[in-house]
Design a protein around this ligand. Structure first.
Ligand code: HEM
Length: 190
């Protein structure tokens, strides 16, 4: 399995460094952290209003989930990131959801929702230029987390297929290419 450090290095090389965005968030962290309750409520109102996501939660789990989401949000907008932070995103935000059977598309859609809610809030609370700077910073960091979540999801499934079938990761990759070529070719003839 690729490590969170390797995934993050790819992200920064392709999308751009996180450092300058972290600096912007540090500048506004005190104010942004005040929105934790608002965020947790908006997030779980949305997940509980759609049956496929609502059915994942156990009875009485919402309070605990809101508390962990508040911690996550406050940490993200703190702009203070060390290796422990990124490892936390990989394991406790990424893999913990794989272990609960939550599809990757739910995770990425939920992150898009988080970004949209943040944009609406920041537009209400700051003048346009500042709002754009803060939103870009938040988007960059949460895009990095989404990348780590998606990669962790795929590598976990690849490891699972490899372990249960005895196929090497190389062989699975070669087979995936063949399946993709076939599907691509099928699509072209439609
Ligand atoms: C941007 C997307 C998401 C973020 C940032 C997020 C964040 C978190 C965090 C920080 C935890 C606590 C992990 C720990 O134990 O340390 C957690 C747990 C959990 N989340 Fe999410 N979450 C996201 C999306 C979702 C979605 C889409 C669902 C369900 C549809 C979901 C359901 C759960 C469940 C059931 C747990 C408890 C896992 C367990 O310990 O069994 N999450 N989430």
């Amino acid at each position: 399995m690729r490590t969170h450090t390797e995934i993050l290095r790819d992200f920064e090389s392709i999308a751009g460094p996180i450092g300058p965005h972290a600096e912007v968030l540090r500048e506004y962290a005190d104010k942004l952290q005040e929105w934790d309750e608002f965020f947790a409520k908006a997030f779980y109102d949305r997940l509980f209003s759609y049956d496929p996501t609502a059915s994942i939660f156990r009875d009485g789990e919402r309070t605990e989930r809101e508390e962990t989401l508040k911690i996550w949000y406050r940490k993200v907008v703190s702009g203070e990131y060390d290796d422990t932070f990124w490892e936390w995103q990989f394991r406790r935000v990424g893999l913990v959801h794989v272990a609960r059977g939550i599809p990757n598309e739910f995770m990425l859609a939920a992150m898009a929702f988080v970004q949209n809610v943040f944009l609406m809030k920041v537009k209400d609370e700051f003048p346009p230029d500042e709002a754009a700077r803060i939103y870009l910073a938040f988007k960059h960091v949460t895009d990095a987390i989404a990348t780590i979540i998606a990669a962790g999801y795929m590598y976990t499934y690849l490891e699972a297929v490899s372990e249960s079938t005895g196929m090497s990761l190389k062989l699975i990759e070669r087979h995936a290419k063949l399946v993709a070529q076939r599907e691509y070719a099928d699509g072209k003839s439609e």
